[in-house]
Design a protein around this ligand. Structure first.
Ligand SMILES: Nc1ncnc2c1ncn2[C@@H]1O[C@H](COP(=O)(O)OP(=O)(O)O)[C@@H](O)[C@H]1O
Ligand SMILES: [Mg+2]
Length: 370
């Protein structure tokens, strides 16, 4: 089959079945509104949602074939040695988390733009695996998607010719900067068009998924850029890819928009529930930590466990702002005695003890792990 590069679809999308779409889009807006209501009520969202953010980094990377698990990332964060065969995967996940963090910070003082996106990409592809993938630069070569090692002739999808890319990217930027379009419809189209343009050599899937919270935040639907969709997309990966392919194969934007809007509706409710559980746990543990320790460091200690549900005693002291080791260890002992936290691994020789907040780990994983 003689395949040609895709011609970029023009934006905005017209000729949609609005009768079918409008109710779905309103439901998605409402679901996001409920989720954001909770987000606004969190005393410290960055701390409380930190395990969920890490989980997003794991799942979004997994869609692209990375094998690392949340448990492994959390263990690495606690200073536990990683098996060498996992090293690159874990670096990729850590990069994802750093890139997301950079993006959140950037959007506090700049608007989303092609140059901001290139900066985020640069951070994502930093290090071993990304080195030869021109981090931070749009491609100047033809690329294609298919089985590993396939030729352009038997590719599944061939993104646009690099010659038309700059113009298509500008049109795309103009579209995502438009404040008139419904935000849910807009991110749905923005994500797909980004994947179709495939402007980077690699990392397009991951950057495209990071854009979801960023744009929803910029459009004011979210009070913070923290809303993650990869759990749904990973669970429906084949459909996700098929719906993307159908856009350029048959012009089926309708099917894509229905799929993505349903993803937002379902995931907003799941995320809301997870965040509610985390908040309830925090509110339950706060007085218990105060009671158990009778210390001015009780709440910083609790926050340390939310930031790092698996944490070694050295990091615990640093994170809680305790500069005396004896004080820190005394506090940890009281928390263990009251069964508020658990010892994950007792220290030996030069390696410090590792403690865990198993209830939070289980909520983040969505199942009982510890
Ligand atoms: N037929 C398709 N048309 C457009 N985009 C697609 C298609 N199939 C898959 N994709 C997108 O391409 C992404 C993979 O691209 P890639 O640059 O390798 O990103 P990453 O390195 O983050 O995996 C997928 O996650 C998906 O979003
Ligand atoms: Mg890839």
């Amino acid at each position: 089959m003689n395949q040609l590069p895709t011609v970029p679809p023009s934006l905005p999308i017209t000729q949609l079945d609005w009768q079918k779409l409008m109710p779905m889009i309103s439901r998605a807006n409402a679901a996001l509104g409920r989720y954001d209501g909770l987000l606004r009520s969190l005393p410290n969202p960055a701390v409380l949602l930190s395990p969920i953010t890490t989980n997003e980094a794991v799942l979004s990377s997994r869609i692209e074939g990375t094998q690392a698990t949340l448990e492994e990332v959390i263990q690495q964060d606690a200073g536990i040695e990683t098996p060498p065969e996992r090293y690159q995967d874990l670096e990729e996940v850590r990069n994802y988390r750093d890139a997301l963090f950079l993006a959140e910070q950037t959007l506090e003082h700049r608007r989303l733009s092609l140059s901001v996106i290139k900066e985020i990409h640069q951070r994502l592809l930093q290090g071993v695996r990304g080195r030869d993938k021109t981090p931070g630069q749009f491609r100047i070569d033809q690329n294609w998607i298919g089985r590993p090692g396939c030729t352009m002739e038997n590719a599944r999808f061939i993104p646009p010719n690099p010659i038309v890319l700059p113009q298509a990217l500008e049109a795309w930027e103009q579209y995502f900067s438009n404040t008139e379009e419904d935000p849910v419809l807009q991110i749905t189209v923005v994500h797909a068009q980004f994947e179709i343009l495939h402007p980077f050599k690699d990392g397009n899937g991951r950057i495209g998924r990071m854009l979801i919270p960023l744009l929803l935040f910029q459009r004011g639907l979210l009070s913070r850029p923290m809303f993650y969709l990869s759990e749904y997309l990973e669970a429906h990966r084949e459909r996700y890819y098929d719906q993307l392919l159908l856009i350029t194969q048959t012009g089926d934007w309708q099917g894509w928009i229905e799929f993505f809007t349903q993803a937002v509706i379902t995931q907003a409710d799941t995320n809301l529930e997870k965040a509610q559980h985390i908040l309830a746990l925090y509110n339950q543990l706060k007085p218990q930590f105060i009671d158990a320790t009778r210390s001015q460091f009780a709440v910083p200690a609790l926050d340390a466990f939310f930031k790092r549900p698996l944490i070694n005693s050295t990091d615990f002291a640093t994170f809680s702002g305790i500069d005396n080791r004896v004080t820190a260890n005394g506090l940890l002992k009281k928390l263990v005695d009251q069964q508020l936290i658990q010892i994950f691994r007792a220290g030996s020789g030069r390696s410090p003890s590792i403690y865990m907040l198993s209830k939070l780990l289980n909520i983040a994983e969505g199942r009982k792990v510890f």
